[in-house]
Design a protein around this ligand. Sequence first.
Ligand SMILES: [Cu+2]
Length: 160
Amino acid sequence: MTRPSRALQLIAAPALAALCRTAPVLAQAKPVTEHVQYLHVVGQDYAFEAPSTIPAGIVTFHLVNKGLDVHQMTIVELGVGHTLKDFFDAMHAKGQPPAWTIEVGMTPTIQPGAEAFLTVRLSPGRYLLSCLIPAKDGRSHVEKGMTSLLTVTAKGAAPK
Ligand SMILES: [Cu+2]
């Protein structure tokens, strides 16, 4: 085996050092292969038009406000053992989702005609898409009907 010349070592050393600095970053970069579901949701005064069942995974919600009022969308998971009625009773009493719901994410409040995006990972379970904005009468848009139940099934499971 021949040893590299001193001149080659001098040239190669900076390049090797640069490679070493960037190598860990390159090693971590992996192609993204996970599928992201796209869900179109329309907000009206006062209702959501949204799918009722989707498989688990990463979901990008695309909310479009087609109403005349401002709207937003908050996603909460219904705790085990709680019903939709429990949720509505709590919203009516306090105007906020009860403590036993798990907030998954929320869009900003958007004006009529505007859109918002929200990407979350959803595990199998029951979720509510709700607009928590209070109307002029003090009641939230949820209480006016602006909520939609979303059932997330295990991957590969047939929608019920
Ligand atoms: Cu609203």
